[in-house]
Write a protein that binds this ligand. Sequence first.
Ligand code: ADP
Ligand code: MG
Length: 277
Amino acid sequence: MPVRVEHKHIDASAEALPRRTPPKAGELILEARNVTRKFGGLVANNNMSLQVKAGEILALIGPNGAGKSTMFNQLSGVDTPTSGEVLFMGQPVAGKDSRDIARMGMSRTFQHVKLLPTMSVLENVAIGAHLRGDKGVMASAWRMDRAEEARLLKEAARQIERVGLGEFMHAEAGSLALGQQRILEIARALCADPCLLLLDEPAAGLRHKEKQALGDLLRKLRSEGLATLIVEHDMDFVMNLVDRVVVMEFGQKIAEGLPDEIQKDPAVLEAYLGGVE
Ligand code: ADP
Ligand code: MG
């Protein structure tokens, strides 16, 4: 059983944070145009183009080493293409810091902001809510005024309920199962009030039941209008979940289409069966 810690309490009367006006379903929100990323002589992404529309789940799949994570870093603005560009809500992401990008409505799970295992689920998620606050940097998270803290905790609690972790609100984050910790990271990303969520291999290491729970959550978020781009190596996980698939091999796009089409595509089958798996 998860260990209970109650460090912070939620003030239901705190003022709610402002919400952005979401883009209309089907509107183009993220676009990669001819993105190439070279590392010395290695071309990790070669002339990659893709689009994500509001409210859809797009999977970027391919065998290990295909260049998916590199592409994820170009899309999320963590890395800058050697040539080509990425536009989010019509604006280039290159040169913007992660806070600006989060404010524009693109949110990713933060691999560099690890869970604080002895802190509660609420406190861990509130770190994400802090990006929505008016006050400067992350370091000020524990020095903010009370009204501000109450608003952020209330937002964090709302996102925890939204992802279905309400019963673990005051549990130690480190005592949750891996699948629940992954979902906690999604709640943290949702605190930035995104219209696009980016996930790099969210199902990695999860058990079958946990993958199902994650898939169910992503479907629920889609029904609420959220778009998701999911980088995944596990074809089975994405095929019953996503609206469209882009397939990469050796840094390039080799196929794009509906999950049913992709599963029958000879080039895709060859990449998976004859590839480096
Ligand atoms: P995937 O996520 O599909 O498994 P990656 O994008 O991680 O693939 O890697 C694609 C290729 O780019 C690999 O050959 C990898 O070694 C190389 N690569 C990725 N990041 C770097 C880097 N920072 N420096 C040098 N090579 C890199
Ligand atoms: Mg990867």
